[in-house]
Each structure stands twice: as structure tokens, then as C-alpha cells.
Unconditional design. Sequence first.
Length: 610
Amino acid sequence: MRLGLCARRMAPRGNFPRPPDPFETTVSFFRASSAPCVVNERVTVRRVRSKPRAIGTLKLLAIAGLLFVTNDGVGAHAQLLIDQDRLSTLVMFAAVWLLCLGCLPIAAFQPRWPVRALWAFLFSLSSGAAYGYHRASGTQLTVYDLLSLWNSRQEAGRAYEFYFNDVVVGLLVVAVGFVAFMATPPIPREPFRKALAWLSWAPAVPVAVITAIILLRAGGGTHALPQQFTPVAMSLLLAAKTATREPAVRREVPVDPVARPSARHIVIFVDESVRGDYLDFTPGNPYTPNLPGLRDRVADFGLASSGGNCSQYSNAILRLGGARNDLTHTMRTNSFIWQYARKAGFRTMYVDAQAPEDKNTGRLQNYMTVEEEKWIDEFEVIQNTSSPMLDFKALEMVAEKLKGDTPYFIYVNKNGAHFPYDKTYPAAEAHFRPTMSEADGGNIMAARINSYRNSVRWSVDGFFRKLFEIDLSHTAVFYTSDHGQQFDPAHLTHCTVSDADPREGLVPLLLISDDPDLKSRFAEAAAINYDRANHFAILPTVLQIMGYPLGFLRETFGEDLLSQINTRQAFTSGDVFGLFAEINWNPVDVHARYLEESFTAGSVQCQPSR
């Protein structure tokens, strides 16, 4: 009777055979003595096994989707290698990819959750960071981009606001990737579990291989490699390079001034993100309406090229004594600008007008170190001030010092037109619309330029109107910007490392003084060097006004603004400290028209408000 009951229970309805289950293991449960229980136990085994099988399939599909979404351009890069007959490189490229593809499942199916969590954290974070950066910049993350991002970490809050959508998508990729890697893996057989545990550190092999590639290629060679591994390798390499590199040893100022300073006070205003061709001296223009009336009071050097296309690099070049003919060495060994100023009898002052509104403590930025800070007599970080008023607060502080007889050398980091642009001017000063805050989508090119126009009108044109209310009869003023901007939403506004847009290095350069002799010298120099100047000529000019010998300055720093400049204009992008490779120079043709044609005066998109 028991065997008959089992037979009836197990018989399928109809005459169709039951399909075999490939994941079902053969178990010797079918003994006559326990037939009813055997049948129920077999059915239970099949149901339990189907759940891990589904989880495993979902894990693999999720990881495959993550690879597909975050690794753009793999096929195009392979085709390029084929077209260029670089077959050996293609083989190596494919081998790295196969190695990475083999190690990802090993990481995702680790039976021990702490090991699986480690790889899940690294791979998901790497995927999200790379994908978010690609969305924001239109290019893949490189070791130089990572270095620039780390050195600009103090601006993370403002970058988050400007690239909010890209950051959110990147974080979403991180979350999805982490869940995909952390889901409990189905590993039914003990030999498989032991093998996976033994291979738990195998995913470190692709990281080591990619690290070696970066070293051999002097920071390059990572294009189209798996983004789950590449940012991890770059981060580890940067950390190791930074930790093991010998610290820079700066020399003392090697000469004494040979003349009295030409001005009692010297002020350098380094604006933020102000592009040179957005300053308009044409009478009646709606963009910078105050500048035409001030033209006779400024020596305009036209379009100049910046030291770098990233804030930290340009400011470091100006402060640390970087010389164009030997930039890597001089950036690490030359005296600080503050040392020169002190030796020439100036009291030194630094003003940081780029602090966020809610920042209540000071900070060092743009490669400023504790060692450098020791040479600054007055270190001022503007706090508890709304963003549109930061530059004007800095100007008040400068004006107070210029009233006295004590000689001052003052270096000011203006807030300027730093993104998000709409936060740098009052809402009532939105003369060009729609702005980024008003336009659908926010980041369309026309809206970007409208917001930028408003920012420049307020923080540059309005700033100069207030500057000339100050008595400058004993002062030499240098005004420039750290870098320019480009407005194509498919790319970064600045800080691009490879094939940087010339607009990123296009900056204004003005010299100002109400001292008759200095004013005349500045005007003559501006006529000679119009559209020829660069950031590297600023420091030797400042030191010349301080009274240092011209021969020493030309030998140490090269050309200055007060003599004819013959070097072709160019700016650097990426590392200037020689961490991986030689300096990357980007030429600037100042005779080209860089102003966006579709968004100039009279266009529908950027029509000024009435």
C-alpha cells in the first residue's frame, strides 16, 4: 500500500515526461521503508535549490549590467588598436579585460561576507566615481584627474552643487553595485566554497597589473580598462607616490633688493574662473558696463594664458615661484613669494575669499602648506559672509591696509565666478535670463552663459567700480584669474587634463596704479605685450617692483611683463610637480575667436533683461 501510494503521488499528469533539473543532485532517498517522506523531501530539495539558482543568476546579470553601463568605449578602443595595427597592445588590452572579468565573479561569490564586503565596497565605489566623472566631463577618469580632484577637495561642496545630477547618478551606481556584489552567493558544494576562499585575494592581481601599466606609461595607459579596477589602482598608486616622495627643500632668497620698492603696497587679485574675453571694454556694452569708463585707469594686457587650467596649479605657480623654463624643479625648490616680500620690507597678508558661507574655520588650499603659512604675517579667511559679498568684504580689508604707511604685500583669492554661478551674485542682479536656476534642465549651454554673464557683471565689473573708489596712488595692483571656463555641458568647465579646451586657460591680465611713473610704465608694457602675456611673467614683475635685480629675475624666472614677451602662449594641465611625467602644455592662439558665437550680444538665448 505504501509503495502504491508513492507511485500515485509521483506519477505526472498526462503522458509528458518531467524535464530534468540540471541543478538537482542525485540523492539516494528512494528506499521502500521511507517512501512517503522521501517524496516530500525530494520536492523540498528542488524548491530550495531553485532560490539560490535565481539569486546567482540575478547577481551575474546585475554585475554584467554594471560592467556594460560603466565601461564606455571598449569596442571603439579595440577597433582603434586594430586600425593602427597595434596587435600586441590589443592582445594585452584583451588579456587585462579577461583577467578582470575572471576576478569579478570570484569577488562577488566569496563565501565569507567580510571579504565579499571589502571587494563590494572597492568595486562599487570605483564604478560610481568613474561613471559620475564621465557624465560630468565627457572623458574617462585618469590618474591626473584623480590628482586634481584630490587637490581640489576643499571645493567639493560647490562641485557637488554644480554637478548634482551627475553625483546622484554616480551614487546610484555605487548603491546598485554594492547590493549586487553583497547579495548572498549560492555555493552548494563544499569544494567550490574552499576554492573560492583560497582565491579570495585574486581580484588584487588585476589591480596590481593596472598599477604597473600606469607606472610604465607615466600615468597613462588606462583608457577603456575596466572601471571597477582602474580607479582603485590609480588611488593606491597616488597614495604610494605621495607617501614615498622626498619633500621639497626650498631655498632662502638668494639675493638682496638693489633698489627701493617702486610702490609702497603691492596687491595681487587672483580671481576665480574669469575668462579673459568676457571682460568687455566696448562703450555701452551690457556685460561689463563699468569697465569702459575705467579703461584709462588700467593697463590692459588683453588675453593672457594662465599657469594651469585648475585653481590649485595656477595659484601654486604664482606663489611658489614656478618658472616656465624649469617648472617641475622650481615649483619644489624656489622661495615662496612671501619670503621675497618680507626681505624687501613688506608685511605679508593673505586673504581667502573663497570660504563657503557655513565654514567657520580656516583652511589651507591650492597647495599651501604649514611651512608656507609661517611666512604670512596676516592670514585672513572671510567667514560668515554671503557668497555675493565675499569679494567686496575682501576689498574692504585690503582698502584698510592701503591707508597706512606700513608697506603691505597682499595676495587675494577672490570668489569671482566660481560655480555654481548663480550663487555668486544677488538674485536682483540677474540681468541675463534664463539662468541655470530658471532653465529647464539647468545645465543647457545658453543658461550656463547667462548665469556666468551675471556673475562676471557683479563680481568683476562691480568689483572694479568699488576698487577705484580706493586711493591707489601708492599701490601697484595686479589682477588676473586662475583659469578660464568653457560651457559645453558635455565637458568639464575647467581642469581637463588631456586635450584641454584653450578657453580653460584664457584669462584677463590688468595692471593698475595711480602712481604716475608706474602708470606710465604699465601702459607702455601693455601696448608692447597686448595678447602676449602669461602667468609666468607676473612673479618676476612683482619682484622687480619690490626692487630685486633684473638680471637675477630673468635668469631665475624668465620674461616679465615690463619687457617684450616672445614666448608662445600656453598653459599647463595636470600635474606640475613631476609626480609621473613631463609637463603637459596646451597652446593658446589668442588670435582665434573663442567667444561663443551663438551666445553673443543680440542673440535670443542671452538677451539681457530690460
